[in-house]
Design a protein around this ligand. Structure first.
Ligand code: BES
Ligand code: ZN
Length: 451
């Protein structure tokens, strides 16, 4: 067990520094990190773009201590005040309920800055740092972690050598009150369908009824992908999904999860399932298909009578264990090509997977998880739930496979933080207690090693 006196000094120091930490997060949120900085290039839609750098760092190199690799991402989803934010998304502000509102506050700048604060609090408190750290902070996570797999594989036996376990803080508590440890993520295959016909956008009054319309073709294809109750209709997609056993079913019963809180997080009661077990299972362990949007379509207000000449529809499938992205991509491409042929349209179809990541499941009995559970008990006085997640962090499985080490997901924010949405927030208490949790977790790791 970690020394209670040391933890108390550390926790008190974090408490004393909390306003300073909020200021630091404010500075991080003010950086519009969805714009690209430079490192290498990536070809997207025929354009060569510069990739933002991944930041690698080392803190401590004591052979007698364990080495923990911490990963996070500093890129964020785009945000515009016109999307419906109550204030400038890149100016962090605190509400009367002590919510820190700003893009990236929870996903993932709060946690990234949180790790740095944890180190600094040790320095200020004069406490020896319990482990060696290696950092890997990337700037392309929200776009599929372009270039990262290659980096991790290349550096596995160089920069990342000596790493004993990996910790990623890039997800959220299941609800709003209870911390959790997360041992699974879904993967993803992201597709683009481009349909082109006329050489330019046309007047629908002059040409409507005489040409094959790309938008009509796209809607017909979209309608074949998924049912209103979420069943994926592409033949073969569900074939490899692990059947649900009685034993697994039981795991869900004891997890604390409120459908009311979930409805609050969604902002409506439009869930497909009424009960928590089905809802969690369809979030974590069954695949899902989401249609995201259409590029090139008329989407501005008003009633322009345009006939769009070329459009790109975007959708993705969240993958679960045993679903192989290559096989899924082949099934999707075959299905869409066949369905398009049935339309008898003279337009041209182009379909392809833009990026993909496999699902990840870890072993929650590993000392990495044991240490984190002890730390949660110290900081929050509760025993955590063990959760999986429906989202994807592509690099997670790469760390596990390339380094052959256990990976833990240790969330800082709450389930209603609104990551990717408007008014994303991080509660001040989650931020400050999260910094304590990170430090306590590292102390518990050191204590396990010493036992
Ligand atoms: N922080 C999320 C990942 C996440 C989401 C974990 C929900 C747990 C629950 C991350 O920043 C993210 O959004 N990732 C993308 C990855 C994709 C672009 C490959 C995602 O899941 O859409
Ligand atoms: Zn994230």
């Amino acid at each position: 067990m970690a020394d209670p006196a040391v933890l108390k000094t550390y926790f008190d120091t974090v408490d004393n520094l909390q306003d300073y930490y909020v200021e630091r997060l404010k500075e991080a949120v003010a950086i519009k990190s969805y714009e690209l900085a430079d490192l290498g290039t990536h070809v997207m839609d025929g354009k060569t773009l510069k990739l933002p750098p991944a930041i690698l760092g080392t803190y401590g190199n004591d052979q007698n201590k364990k080495t923990i690799l911490v990963y996070g991402h500093y890129d964020v989803q785009p945000a515009l005040i016109e999307d419906g934010w109550s204030s400038d998304p890149f100016e962090l502000h605190e509400t009367s309920k002590h919510q820190l509102i700003g893009r990236g506050a929870s996903d993932d700048k709060g946690p990234v800055i949180g790790w740095l604060n944890a180190i600094e609090a040790h320095q200020k408190a004069g406490i020896e740092f319990p482990v060696n750290l290696k950092f890997c902070f990337e700037g392309m996570e929200e776009c599929g972690s372009e270039g990262m797999d290659e980096l991790v594989v290349r550096e596995a036996k160089r920069y990342f050598t000596g790493v004993d376990a990996v910790c990623i803080s890039d997800n959220y508590w299941l609800g709003v009150t209870k911390p959790c440890l997360t041992y699974g993520l879904r993967g993803i295959s992201y597709f683009k369908i481009t349909i082109s016909g006329p050489g330019r956008d046309l007047h629908s009054g002059v040409f409507g009824g005489t040409v094959h319309e790309p938008m009509t073709d796209l809607f017909l294809l979209f309608s074949k992908l998924v049912s209103p109750s979420g069943d994926i209709l592409i033949p073969g997609i569900n074939d490899n999904v692990e059947p649900l056993t009685e034993e697994e079913n039981k795991i869900y019963e004891s997890i604390e999860f409120s459908m009311n809180e979930y409805h609050d997080a969604i902002g409506s009661k439009t869930t497909i399932y009424e009960d928590k077990i089905k809802t969690l299972q369809h979030r974590w362990r069954f695949p899902s298909l989401t249609i995201h949007g259409i590029e090139g379509a008329f989407s501005a207000p008003g009633t322009k009578t345009v006939l769009p000449a070329k459009i790109t529809g975007k959708f993705s499938i969240r993958l679960v264990p045993n679903m192989e992205p290559d096989r899924i991509n082949a099934l999707v491409e075959k299905f869409l090509t066949e369905e398009f042929a049935k339309l008898g349209s003279k337009n041209t179809l182009n379909v392809g997977c833009v990026h993909g990541a496999k699902a990840w499941v870890s072993s929650p009995n590993h000392w990495n998880y044991v240490a984190a559970a002890k730390a949660i008990e110290k900081v929050f006085k509760v025993h955590p739930d063990y959760t999986r997640e429906g989202g994807s962090i592509p690099i997670t499985l790469t760390f596990q496979d390339a380094l052959n080490k256990n990976v833990l997901l240790l969330p800082m924010g709450r389930g209603d933080d609104g990551a990717h949405s408007i008014n994303e927030k991080l509660d001040r208490s989650n931020y400050i207690e999260g910094i304590k949790l990170f430090g306590a977790y590292l102390h518990e790791i050191a204590a396990i090693k010493a036992e």
